[in-house]
Design a protein around this ligand. Structure first.
Ligand SMILES: Cc1cc2nc3c(=O)[nH]c(=O)nc-3n(C[C@H](O)[C@H](O)[C@H](O)COP(=O)(O)O)c2cc1C
Length: 402
């Protein structure tokens, strides 16, 4: 057995009862659970507020994980979100094989029984309090789910390949599911064979790379302009070095935009979070100059790098694109939910549109739209399409895809 399997863990999840639950039903869960928990050295607590469960399972890592997977399949509850998982050096619930407690919303932790000697300054106390004081009830009720409908259907569009070029672009739509429309297209670079042009990019360095990056934008803009309508914008990825490679990159981009018939306001330059933080004053000055022409700047892959909040504190982007690493499986993951809610709150407070990337399942979308996310990019809606836009056929009624 590996060492990790022997580590003492606390796994915390919240779920929602599928039917009305009486005190007796709750006691039945505990009495049924106790023999297994005793045999496997599992201890813990089960809070119930009349609708939601919040359970802490403590024990050896592998046993806790196996039990959690087993409990997830229990039809008495649904909407299971793993709130967190902690490695600890000692148990908080000691002798309690499983103690069930009923809490009332807003009651906070005053109900904790006196025989539980939980450190009131510690993390577990704070977690229980967070549930008792109303957090973790962030899932859709059945009636809310039934009221959800969204529809966006657009036909596939294709354009001719750009002549005499060994690079091409694939376009992926960014969709506002509240408004039911495509708000922008992201241009993604591809080689002749339609694949990511790794071979081309790998042999370029420094200035050569910036030159190539800027030259490729001529194709992205020319092709994008053929696909865009006047209310949509075009997102292109730009490496930060390219921003300062020319004395006035804005002038260069505006010339390309003018030739293609697009307005500067329709162009969004996406710069990844990891790349922005390595930059210096010259980069930020170039950003200002570009913006003064009307061109917008987005932070791409936000959350994937390590800049995070300090970047948001100092640099006010026109758009934030939350990385797929944060949103994949969000409907089941407490950490991802809490982070996304915080980023959305920041974006709303600052008036910055938030786009969530990498949305692939209806459950992810339902959760995200429930907390108020409006714009999405991902395979659930459309995959990138070479020299065109894939058909979008997104129809949800009563919370189910049609
Ligand atoms: C909210 C909730 C918490 C549960 N906690 C435990 C537990 O701590 N230990 C346990 O053995 N079973 C627990 N169960 C019950 C298991 O899901 C399952 O019913 C039980 O292990 C019997 O499984 P079996 O029918 O496959 O034999 C819990 C069920 C629910 C709904």
């Amino acid at each position: 057995m590996s060492g990790a399997a022997l580590v003492l863990k606390q796994l915390v999840y919240r779920s929602k009862a599928t039917a009305k639950f009486s005190e007796d039903d709750l006691l039945k869960i505990t009495s049924d659970s106790i023999p297994f928990n005793r045999e496997n050295n599992i201890t813990g607590i089960l809070l119930f507020d009349g609708e939601y469960f919040f359970q802490v399972l403590e024990g050896k890592s592998d046993v806790v994980h196996a039990l959690y997977e087993h409990i997830k399949g229990d039809s008495r509850h649904t909407n299971i979100v793993k709130v967190t998982e902690l490695v600890v050096h000692k148990r908080d619930f000691g002798e309690w094989l499983l103690r069930a407690l009923t809490v009332n919303e807003g009651s906070r932790c005053y109900w904790l029984p006196p025989d539980l000697t939980l450190n009131r300054e510690g993390r577990m106390f704070a977690l229980l309090n967070s549930f008792a004081s109303g957090r973790w009830r962030n899932c859709l009720s059945d009636s809310e789910r039934k009221s959800i409908s969204a529809k966006i259907t657009t036909a596939a569009t294709s354009i001719a390949q750009f002549e005499n070029s060994h690079i091409q672009f694939a376009f992926q739509p960014i969709i506002d599911t509240f408004k039911g429309k495509i708000t922008s297209l992201e241009a993604l670079i591809r080689s002749d064979d339609g694949e990511f042009p790794e071979a081309i990019l790998d042999c370029l360095d420094g200035e050569e790379k910036y030159k190539f990056d800027l030259e490729s934008k001529a194709i992205a803009i020319a092709q994008g302009a053929k696909l865009l309508n006047p209310s949509q914008s075009l997102s292109i990825n730009l490496c930060p070095g390219a921003m300062t490679y020319l004395p006035d990159v804005g002038e260069y981009l505006c010339k390309l935009l003018g030739e293609s018939g697009l307005k500067p306001e329709q162009l969004v330059l996406e710069v990844t979070e990891t790349e922005i933080i390595k930059e210096n004053d010259a980069f930020f000055e170039a950003v200002e100059r570009v913006r003064s022409r009307g061109i917008k700047i987005a932070i791409d892959d936000f959350g994937a790098g390590y800049a995070g909040l300090s970047l948001l504190a100092d640099f006010s982007p026109d758009k934030i694109k939350l990385d797929r690493k944060i949103t994949t499986g969000i409907h089941e993951n407490g950490h991802r939910q809490a982070i996304t809610e915080a980023v959305l709150e920041f974006a709303n407070a600052m008036g910055i549109p938030l786009v969530v990337e990498g949305v692939e399942t209806i459950e992810e979308w339902l959760w995200l739209q429930h907390i108020g996310v409006q714009r999405f990019q991902g395979f659930l809606f459309a995959k990138p399409c070479l020299n065109g836009i894939a058909e979008v056929k997104f129809k949800v009624d009563g919370g189910e895809t049609l």
